[in-house]
Design a protein around this ligand. Structure first.
Ligand code: ADP
Ligand code: ASP
Ligand code: MG
Length: 820
């Protein structure tokens, strides 16, 4: 014999009930004997509960809900019962609805809803659904009838969560089934006390009913039919990438359900386990899928854990003080005795090995009772300050990783804590059961979904890894970066197992967010159609609110005001990748603070494209320094714009001012070319190089040899500047001619020697590597302890959207590896 249990979502609507009857009919045709347990129509127990609470408060808003209750049932009658029989079946539902109305009227009048009355009220859901399903089957020609479980399930009188008297109930069930050949449609969730009062088994308790019947009748299998194809590696509502689990041991199923996997009601496992009956979890909506089998020995799979569960809403209570130390457990005993006396359910306990404190987690509704109980029990110790006032932390979630295979397997805690740490999730308390089947951590509730996803990825999706990007600035570099992300998505997925999700996007006018990932084919339309005005403060607030794992902020602007938010961003455990030079070349102190903050939060603050665009300059310095080399000198041509100007000028085909104008018009320089020609951009780059090499350089300490005359520098507008520059053409031309005759060229060279830094317009001959640069090439020459005789040279195009964007993309991938 088998037991088939259909949950609320499987009987929510006429269409779903039809699916259920199809499943039942296919079992019937196979000739198998079985019983059916059924829950209330999906959502109706909530409605009943709501009506009760409203009536209790004297709120007559419960009245329209009675119609909802009635109509949900009659909708089924109208669709699934033959027309000529509908009146008869409706009459029964009508009768029950009237009774329900009377009870609610009573509650409304006396403004009191006792646990006992509440249980009676809630029982209407299952009593009506079982009745209806039995009638639908009956009129389909099945010899079916309803069994009100109150006839055979006996419980104590803990209303709200009745404790089943197992022996007595099993006997009653066995006797009942001896005498019946009909297909029984049994009410889930309800039982009766010794005095014949109605009692419920706790919300979600229909699964338990099924297990009790299965065990009493010695069934071969208990099938829990629900709306998901089995137990998943995590709650699919919170972790979109959750995977089905094929096999769980009873113990694993217990842990998963105890720690919040709603798909199985925790008590369900016990009767099945005692009789060694396998539990199958299957989906009514996909009956062909195998689902999950819960049995004594679960086959291990390739993952070290089976699943991750979470309990969303708990409070931590911490009791500490000298009185607890070395008290040979007497205080611990008193603590838990008094909590038990007050019926406070404890979800998790930890005690520090110093014995100085004990911390435990309870549901928020138990906090006041627990506090009162402890303060009463330890009043003397608290008065004499041997025990400190209780510390209560609300809004905590508990996350648990679960699996039999964790036993004797090192590295699991490390993986768990690493993924939490890298995502800035603070762990308040941790506990590992001695069974080594469960490691639990108490975390801030606002971090729960992020933590679940990060931990899930760390344990189950090691072959694919996703990062969430927030991109500000979609001009030349940002736009190119977006194209590169889109074009390389397939490659990155296949070869790097990396999935890049662009969650936020902004230009100077608008911003747009999509947690699922903005479709990159038409990101420009998404952005242009967005109603949200760009406001960097709001952008940052939104990133923090979304609180997604593996987040990276990409600043493609050259705006100083964006960098003012770097501290807040890093503090929220969001990494930064940027070609924006302002922060790394700002005050040394702020640069250092940002680096330290990133380190503390376990994230990255990277800006490789600040110098030499896509050329690997900063990583090279960092590799040299971290492997023990010492940088003696750095010399470089660091400005693509200046290289372009001087290389073109060298050819002698146009005047200096014309070349600068042309470079400006082609976008090779800043809109005001003086930014380049005065060396401020190069000075920023040299500052960064110095700092990466370990020199605490401030920009103002760089000596800059001017290229331009004071008149040019002081000109009021860009136009006025060009006018002044024309006047210098001759000076430049003379310089060029004399250099050409000497076989030399002009190069704007940045030098760091020891802690001395300067920029100068140098005349270099053919013997110098700098002489041979062309186009917008950059070249950086490192003289180090290791590269003393023959310096290390990095050379290549140092500007351009393609190479810069590719540099940013490479950095994003590097950060992703760090986070994984
Ligand atoms: P029923 O009405 O059939 O009893 P429930 O709503 O009680 O169904 O349980 C099924 C739901 O449990 C799923 O729809 C899912 O949202 C939730 N759930 C939570 N954790 C898990 C998990 N680890 N695996 C599967 N489902 C889960
Ligand atoms: N109908 C009850 C509830 O919603 C029992 C169950 O569905 O298992 O809690
Ligand atoms: Mg359920």
């Amino acid at each position: 014999m088998k037991i088939l249990k259909f949950g609320g979502s499987s009987v929510a609507h006429p269409e779903s009930i039809e699916r259920v009857t199809q499943i039942i009919n296919s079992y019937l045709s196979s000739g198998e004997k079985f019983g059916v347990v059924v829950s209330a129509l999906g959502g109706l127990t909530d409605v009943l509960e709501q009506m009760g609470s409203m009536a209790e408060l004297g709120n007559d808003g419960y009245k329209p809900l009675i119609d909802v209750f009635f109509q949900r049932h009659t909708a089924i009658i109208q669709q699934l019962i033959p027309e000529e029989k509908q009146a008869k079946v409706t009459k029964e539902i009508d009768k029950r609805t009237k009774e329900l109305t009377n009870i609610l009227q009573g509650v409304y009048l006396i403004k009191e809803l006792t646990p006992r009355t509440k249980d009676y009220l809630l029982s209407f859901g299952e009593r009506c659904s079982a009745f209806l399903l039995s009638k639908v089957l009956w009129y389909q020609g099945v010899n079916a009838s309803m069994l009100d479980a109150r006839e055979v399930l006996r419980a104590d009188n803990t209303f709200g969560k009745g404790k089943i008297k197992v022996k007595e109930s099993y006997q009653l069930i066995q006797e009942y089934f001896k005498e019946t050949d009909e297909l029984k449609v049994i009410t889930g969730f309800i039982a009766s006390t010794a005095r014949g009062e109605t009692i419920t088994l706790g919300r979600g308790g229909s699964d338990y009913t099924a297990s009790l019947f299965g065990a009493a009748l010695g069934c071969s299998v208990i099938e829990i039919w629900t709306d998901v194809a089995g137990v998943m590696t995590a709650d699919p509502n919170k972790v979109k990438k959750a995977l089905p689990v094929k096999h769980l041991s009873y113990q694993e199923a217990l842990e998963m359900s105890h720690f919040g996997a709603k798909v199985i009601y925790p008590a369900t496992v016990i009767p099945a386990m005692e009789k060694n009956i396998p539990l199958y979890i299957k989906s009514t909506f996909a009956p062909e899928e195998v689902g999950t089998v819960v049995s004594e020995h679960a086959e291990p799979d390739e993952h070290p854990i089976k699943g991750i569960s979470s309990i969303s809403d708990v409070s931590l209570i911490m009791i500490q003080g000298g009185a607890l130390v070395g008290a040979v457990a007497s205080h611990t005993y008193r603590l838990f005795r008094v909590l038990a006396n007050y019926q406070v359910n404890i979800i998790l306990i930890t005690q520090g090995s110093s014995e100085h404190n004990i911390c435990f987690a309870v549901k928020p509704e138990d906090v006041d009772t627990a506090k009162k109980a402890i303060e009463e029990e330890f009043s003397l110790e608290i008065q004499s300050r041997y025990i400190d006032p209780l510390i209560i932390e609300p809004e905590i979630s508990i996350l648990a990783v679960i699996g039999d295979n964790m036993k004797h397997r090192p590295g699991i805690s490390a993986r768990l804590f690493q993924s939490l740490g890298k995502n800035g999730v603070n762990v308040a308390v941790t506990s590992q059961g001695s069974s080594e089947r469960n490691i639990s951590v108490a975390i801030n509730r606002k971090d729960e979904v992020k933590a679940l996803n990060a931990v899930h990825e760390a344990f189950f999706l090691s072959d694919t890894y996703s990062v969430n990007l927030y991109i500000v600035g979609v001009g030349l570099i940002g736009g190119t970066l977006l194209s590169q992300i889109r074009e390389n998505a397939g490659f990155l997925h296949k070869n790097q197992h990396l999935e890049i999700n662009v969650v936020g996007l902004a230009n100077s006018k608008r911003m747009v967010f999509d947690e699922e990932g903005i479709v990159l084919e038409n990101w420009r339309e998404h952005l242009n159609e967005s109603e949200s005005k760009m406001d960097i403060r709001k952008f940052v607030a939104k990133m923090k609110e979304l609180n997604l794992r593996n987040s990276i902020f990409v600043d493609n602007t050259a705006a100083p005001e964006i960098t003012e938010f770097y501290e807040e961003i890093l503090d929220a455990s969001i990494s930064i990748s940027t070609p924006n030079k302002f922060a790394p070349s700002g005050l040394f102190r702020s640069y250092q603070d940002l680096k330290y903050l990133a380190y503390e939060r376990g994230v990255k603050f990277m800006y490789e494209t600040n110098v030499g665009a896509g050329l690997p300059v900063i990583t090279t310095i960092s590799d040299l320094v971290s492997s023990g080399d010492r940088i003696l000198k750095i010399q470089g041509v660091l400005s693509g714009s200046l290289s372009y100007i001087f290389n073109t000028f060298q050819r002698g085909e146009a005047s200096f001012s014309d070349i600068v104008l042309e470079a400006q018009q082609k976008g090779f320089t800043e809109p005001d070319p003086r930014e380049d020609l005065c060396g401020s951009d190069v000075a920023r780059k040299l500052t960064i190089l110095a700092r990466e090499s370990g020199v605490a350089l401030e920009r103002e300490n760089i000596r800059i040899d001017p290229i331009l005359s004071p008149n040019c520098i002081e000109a009021q507008s860009v136009e006025a500047f060009f006018e002044e520059l024309k006047k210098e053409d001759e000076r430049f031309e003379q310089m060029r001619e004399s250099l050409t005759s000497e076989g030399k060229a002009l190069r704007y060279i940045a030098t760091l020697a020891g802690d001395q830094a300067f920029l100068s317009l140098a005349e270099v001959g053919t013997e110098s590597d700098f002489y041979h640069l062309s186009g917008s090439d950059n070249m950086i020459v490192f003289t180090t302890e290791r590269y003393k005789e023959r310096p290390l040279v990095i050379k290549g195009p140092g500007a351009g959207a393609e190479v810069t964007a590719a540099g940013v993309l490479a950095e994003i991938i590097r950060i992703a590896y760090h986070l994984s």
